[in-house]
Design a protein around this ligand. Structure first.
Ligand code: COA
Length: 418
């Protein structure tokens, strides 16, 4: 039996049997944002029974960034990273077709954080959704974005990994509170005829391990209640040893698999950008098992800890900034996390890494665009509020109700039935 791909390619993949011209998903922009507030191992040693030496030797982490207060939310960090990615690519927000935000710590259960980003950017023609695959979320999102581009459904897709995981932490649990930090990273994917970009992906999951890394309450299984709060069920819980064993196995497997799909040997990989969870995991999976030299593995967890879905794009941005990424290099981005989930993408880097200098008027134009977006958002919210509260429910018996009915009729004539 022919595979679906063989079947469709035999029967003409393009419209009316015309072969599609090749399309690639290239990374053309990147950006990151982390909170200013630094929490060091020494600070943590004042909070729980731990020490700088223990944390450094067991994890490689020295400090992490923690979002400060209710104003520095996941969407706020995501918007900062996204604007930077658009600036680097020199692409306006109005060109975006899709925004995917990988996060487990969105601002709300509803609306999706990606929609808050869409609104703040003024990306008026973009669809937007959140993707929940825990720390593997960014790799999953890249894979979805590539699919949308290769299918011809989108030309520009903004992929974000953003977290304020500190909000889920039990600051008395020394096993978890030492590991995590907050931040956001974003890349802009663009459709291109030039061969390269995100060439191959591999994704995996094992739901039987869901309870190894989870937040028990807040979902439909255990909605928020006095009891869930009293029992600390809204905090992140982890079986560290089991996650460690799982991580070292899948990181190596996923890297091998995606390299093979891209047609590369392990020696042909120029740079691995792994999920930043623990230096010992990187060492035993990528370096020891795959024999990829440490010099080819990006690690910045000393300064940021584990920022979950944000860790890979943040590490990628820093690697670019440090001049470790160059055109025509082969990159593997590989992650794992709660779910259990894992995944990897193979990228042939094509974008110039010294972005053209931004002219002042371009910066001003962007700022004006973002101000206009927030003004438009404010205007729409105000109109809705006035409409809902001032006019009240449609009711023939009251003057406000009759006014509402007339306004509804006028809107229907003016804008059609909605
Ligand atoms: N400070 C000091 N001691 C600590 C400690 C801390 N923060 N956390 C645990 N310990 C103690 C334990 O109580 C234990 O003491 P005991 O031997 O007297 O019982 C000892 O240190 C060893 O604990 P253990 O759990 O075996 O440590 P470990 O070497 O497995 O390291 C983790 C613990 C959490 C750092 C490690 O298991 C890990 O990184 N796992 C993966 C987690 C991860 O990546 N999660 C995110 C996935 S996206």
């Amino acid at each position: 039996m022919a595979s679906p791909i063989e079947f469709f390619s035999r029967n003409g993949a393009g419209p009316k049997g015309v072969p599609r011209s090749p399309r690639y998903a290239q990374i053309v922009g990147w950006g990151m944002a982390v909170p200013d507030r630094v929490l060091t191992n020494h600070d943590l040693a004042l909070m729980v029974d731990t020490s700088d030496e223990w944390i450094r030797t067991r994890t490689g982490i020295a400090e992490r960034r923690i979002s400060s207060g209710p104003k520095e939310t996941t969407s706020v960090l995501a918007v900062r990273a996204a604007r930077e990615a658009l600036r680097v690519a020199d692409v306006p927000a109005s060109a975006l077709d899709l925004i995917i935000c990988a996060t487990s710590t969105g601002d709300y259960i509803m609306p999706p954080t990606a929609c808050l980003v869409q609104d703040a950017l003024g990306a008026s023609k973009a669809g937007a959704f959140d993707l929940g695959a825990a720390c593997s979320g960014f790799v999953y999102a890249l894979s979805m974005a590539r699919g949308a581009i290769l299918a011809g459904d989108a030309d520009y897709v903004l992929v974000i990994g953003a977290e304020t995981i500190s909000r889920l932490i039990n600051w008395n649990d020394r096993q978890t509170c030492i590991l995590f930090g907050d931040g956001a990273g974003a890349v802009l994917l663009a459709a291109s005829p030039e061969p390269g970009g995100v060439l191959a992906t591999t994704l995996g999951a094992d739901g039987s391990g869901g309870e190894l890394l989870w937040v028990p309450a807040g979902g439909s299984a255990h909605p928020s209640s006095h009891e869930t709060l009293a029992n600390g069920l809204h905090n992140l819980r982890m079986d560290g040893k089991a996650v460690f064993r799982f991580a070292t196995r899948v990181m190596a497997e996923a890297t091998r698999e995606v390299a093979a799909k891209a047609g590369w040997s392990l020696e042909q990989i120029d740079l691995v950008v792994p999920h930043q969870a623990n230096q010992r995991i990187l060492q035993s999976s990528v370096v020891n098992q795959l024999k990829i030299p440490e010099s080819k593995v990006v690690s910045n967890l000393e300064r940021y800890g584990n920022t979950s879905a944000a860790s890979i794009p943040i590490a990628l941005c820093e690697a670019i900034e440090q001049g470790r990424v160059r055109p025509q290099q082969n990159l593997v981005l590989v992650g794992f996390g709660g779910g259990l989930t894992w995944g990897a993408v193979a990228v042939r880097w094509c974008a110039p890494v010294t972005p053209h200098p931004t002219r002042w008027w371009k910066t001003a134009q962007r700022q004006v665009g973002y101000q206009a977006a927030s003004l438009r958002s404010w205007w729409r919210r105000s109109v809705r509020r006035v409409y809902t509260f001032a006019l009240g429910p449609a009711d023939e018996a009251t003057p406000r109700g009759r006014l509402r009915i007339s306004v509804d009729r006028w809107r229907e004539r003016r804008f059609g039935k909605r």
